[in-house]
Design a protein around this ligand. Structure first.
Ligand SMILES: Nc1ncnc2c1ncn2[C@@H]1O[C@H](COP(=O)(O)OP(=O)(O)OP(=O)(O)O)[C@@H](O)[C@H]1O
Ligand SMILES: [Mg+2]
Length: 229
């Protein structure tokens, strides 16, 4: 059954990197509603980045099914999963994966190339979003490698939002932002997501970040594999 109200639906998921090590994730059932924001806490090595890679369709389950926004992504081939991700999912990687020699704006416009929208309005949208996350204008033309980690995080979030995704997956880097910046940044991010009815799974080892979210869950409660770090 395809449930259009569900951003994420996991059924009988099992995932292992190689058959000698055993599964690192076993999740019988998990749902995230459309427009819902979830904080998923887990210790280092507990499988947070692996779960996000599965939800983004960058990895496929060893067994089981993952449905994202009504599409059974675990059954798509690589090309279709890449296309589905570009059109529907924003991903903020733990290491950001910005292209170091491209400017801030070009990093975002490159991602926009894979989306649905075309034309000059995209550049305006990129600038609007960069201003929303309080990145100074004089940084827009700078190489992304010249930016601080906190500034790179803002660029990575804007890149993930440029194609108006209905699901945002955020892998929190360790201590990217100080407390004061984190407060304003997370409130702002949640505000932008509300306006766009975008669902989000935000993963971190840091329990403290959970206070910004009304929905919190521990990966160890969800995951029945032996990988309880
Ligand atoms: N490409 C890979 N090949 C084999 N094993 C891997 C690979 N990537 C991760 N693992 C293993 O899978 C487990 C989960 O790793 P993962 O990166 O998902 O954890 P994490 O919760 O994101 O950790 P952190 O908070 O440190 O980022 C770890 O034991 C890790 O060593
Ligand atoms: Mg990780």
């Amino acid at each position: 059954m395809v449930d259009l109200k569900t951003a994420i639906n996991i059924r009988d998921l099992s995932f292992q990197f190689d058959k000698n090590t055993g599964p690192i994730l076993e999740i019988a059932s998990w749902q995230v509603a459309q427009g819902e924001q979830i904080f998923l806490q887990g210790a280092s090595g507990s499988g947070k980045s692996s779960l996000l890679a599965l939800l983004a369709g960058l990895q496929v389950p060893t067994f089981g099914e993952i449905t994202v926004l009504g599409t059974l992504i675990s059954a798509l081939d690589n090309r279709k999963r890449d296309r589905f991700r570009a059109l529907n999912i924003g991903v903020v990687f733990q290491q950001f994966n910005l292209i170091p020699y491209l400017s801030v704006l070009d990093n975002i416009l490159l991602a926009a190339n894979f989306g649905k929208e075309r034309g000059p309005s995209l550049k305006n949208r990129a600038i609007d979003l960069l201003e929303r996350v309080n990145l100074q204008r004089d940084l827009f033309g700078r190489k992304s490698s010249d930016l601080s980690i906190g500034q790179q995080q803002r660029v990575a979030i804007v890149r993930a939002l440029i194609n108006s995704p209905k699901l945002l997956l955020v892998d929190e880097p360790t201590s990217a932002l100080d407390q004061a910046n984190r407060d304003s940044f997370l409130s702002l991010l949640l505000e932008i997501l509300e306006e766009n009815s975008c669902a989000m799974v935000f993963v971190s080892h840091d329990n403290d970040i959970g206070k910004y979210f009304s929905n919190r869950i521990e990966l160890s409660k969800l995951n029945q594999s032996g990988n309880h770090l």
